[in-house]
Design a protein around this ligand. Structure first.
Ligand SMILES: C[S@@+](CC[C@H](N)C(=O)[O-])C[C@H]1O[C@@H](n2cnc3c(N)ncnc32)[C@H](O)[C@@H]1O
Length: 242
């Protein structure tokens, strides 16, 4: 199986997790309303689960089982350790290696829902279409998917975002710089001991921002539809049969 031929998170993965706590705290209410009433026999797919902060947040608001799919070996190592270290997560969460859309071939119908957070912009439009096409066949009637979306063009961030975290004696600084074309970005990380910069790493990646309107356009005619669901998120569900 193809897992990650070009793993852009191989080195970035060391730092990414440190700056995802606030985004997941913001998504928690939306996760609870979407998945909080599922029963323990249901399965939710966490697509591009990363290091599992979202998987853990999801598990805290639902009794359902979770299949967490992640292609990057670095990200998956943290995800697997996070799951293995907690008895409840180890009981309910299955970690699978794989790239979308092919990784969905290993998933059994029915899925009671899915989460696709902070990752759709990594996929090409063709890969997104193939992923949603496969998801459509996996979803149980009434299932919903929670997808993060970008603010529309007028509100999209253009400046550098800086975040900091203290871990022990060292300070981790992240700078996220969108490039003018909007489809590429650079992220920089520094590890500092006081004024001394111990390490500095810079990563260039691709990211195609996807707004709710664009998502709706991409889903038109697929049998799926999207509607807003809280701050920066949308719910994707099967359209009723005519
Ligand atoms: C920004 S991280 C977000 C991780 C996690 N969803 C979160 O919000 O914390 C994006 C993740 O998408 C994964 N990813 C990228 N391309 C993918 C693909 N084709 N299939 C599945 N996951 C993919 C990356 O390996 C990475 O872990």
């Amino acid at each position: 199986m193809t897992t990650s031929p070009d793993d852009s998170y191989q080195d970035l993965g060391e730092f990414h997790d440190l700056f995802m706590t606030a985004p997941w705290d913001r998504l928690r209410p939306a996760l609870r309303t979407a998945f909080g009433s599922l029963d323990p026999g249901a399965t939710i797919l966490d697509l591009g689960a990363g290091t599992g902060l979202g998987t853990r947040t999801l598990a805290a608001v639902t009794r359902a089982r979770i299949v967490a799919i992640e292609p990057s070996r670095t990200m998956r190592a943290v995800l697997t350790a996070r799951v293995a270290d907690d008895a409840d997560l180890a009981h309910r969460v299955t970690v699978r290696a794989g790239l979308l859309p092919d990784a969905l071939d290993d998933v059994r119908w029915p899925a009671a829902g899915f989460v696709c957070a902070h990752m759709l912009g990594h996929l090409s439009a063709d890969t997104r279409a193939a992923t949603f096409d496969r998801l459509r066949t996996l979803l149980a009637p009434g299932a919903v998917g929670l997808v993060t979306v970008e603010p529309d063009g007028t509100e999209a961030a253009t400046g550098t975002l800086t975040q900091e975290r203290q871990i022990g004696d060292l300070r981790y600084v992240a700078r996220y710089l969108p490039l003018p074309d909007g489809n590429r970005y650079v992220s920089e990380y520094e590890v500092r001991d006081g004024e001394l910069v111990l390490r500095q790493e810079r990563f260039a990646g691709t990211w195609e921002p996807l707004t709710l309107d664009q998502l709706r356009q991409e889903l038109a005619g697929t049998g799926l539809s999207a509607r807003p669901h809280g701050d920066g998120a949308a719910l994707v569900s099967l359209e009723p049969h005519p």
